[in-house]
Design a protein around this ligand. Structure first.
Ligand code: NDP
Ligand code: 8X3
Length: 254
């Protein structure tokens, strides 16, 4: 039977790449996000590939809208096999005592509370069916703080704790939990973080061959397609010339 994946934040970067990868791999794909035009264009692209797609427009911070969107699923779409909790962002890179509290709140509401909302909405069905897989997009930033990373790193450390906690809570079931932790991936991430300072954003990827959304999507797909008795609990995936959040060699590709 065809499996169904639901991806949050599918309008860009890693989420969009996951949507294409899973569609190519034979899944029915539910793409979710805030930008209706981009979601509908992605839905059409997936359908042109011969796969089935559904678009749900909502902000993961809006619990009511998320509940309504998931509650609207019917005709088999409600039986989600894989949930990819991907929607997330970093805002700013100031010192913790100098940054914006509004930015901190947005990161916490999206990266932690949005992920929890989706988990709460989708996982009970997985438990009922004794089948499913939650793939949380964490980060190398959740393993260790770096200069100016403070709150973003804290949200990704929370993703690690929530993934580990969920895995413990589901140990009596066949539902699997993966925390997929990328390093530098060239997407819109840094442009969002630096709020339009594209020169600063682009400079992060200069002199190093960064990961791509497709690299992360390949890994997510590998985890999802592992045999049912195999639970890939955590994956740290770095560019070859990155060793930790702040240790990057720019010599090889400089
Ligand atoms: P992008 O900025 O390219 O994509 C982020 C996606 O999340 C967009 O689709 C964005 O939608 C969506 N999103 C943000 N806020 C919300 C919200 N409130 N509700 C719904 N969707 C939202 O960045 P990435 O693809 O790189 O980021 C995806 C995930 O990967 C994030 O969780 C990020 O923390 C994580 N990550 C990224 C790394 C990197 O180096 N790029 C490394 C490690 C982890 P919209 O277009 O509407 O803003
Ligand atoms: C994104 C990776 O190192 O830029 O999670 O924070 S990093």
């Amino acid at each position: 039977m065809t499996k169904t994946v639901l991806i949050t934040g599918a309008t860009s970067g890693i989420g969009e790449a996951c949507a294409i990868k899973f569609a190519n791999g034979g899944y029915n794909v539910i793409v979710t996000g805030r930008n209706a035009d981009k979601l509908n264009a992605l839905k059409s692209k997936i359908e042109a590939m011969g796969a089935k797609a559904l678009a749900l427009v909502y902000d993961v911070r809006d619990r009511e809208a998320a509940t309504k969107a998931v509650g609207s699923l019917k005709d088999g779409w409600e039986n989600i096999d894989v949930l990819i909790n991907n929607a997330g962002l970093a805002l700013g890179q100031e010192k913790e005592h100098e940054g914006s509290l509004d930015d901190y709140e947005t990161m916490i509401d999206t990266n932690i509370k949005g992920l929890l909302t989706m988990t709460k909405l989708i996982v009970p069905g997985m438990v009922k069916r004794d089948k499913g897989h939650v793939i949380n997009i964490g980060s190398v930033a959740g393993d260790a703080a770096y200069a100016g990373g403070n709150v973003y790193c804290a949200t990704k450390a929370a993703v690690k704790a929530l993934s580990d906690g969920l895995r413990i809570d589901l140990v009596d079931t066949s539902v699997r939990v993966t925390n997929l932790k990328p390093g530098l991936v060239e997407t819109n991430f840094s442009r969002t973080r630096f709020k339009g300072d594209n020169e600063r954003a682009d400079s992060l990827y200069r002199g190093i061959k960064p990961l791509t959304g497709d690299d992360i999507a390949d890994t997510a797909f590998y985890c999802a397609e592992a045999p049912a008795h195999v639970q890939i609990a955590e994956v740290l995936i770095l560019a070859t010339h990155q060793a930790s959040p702040s240790i990057v060699s720019r010599k090889a590709n400089g």
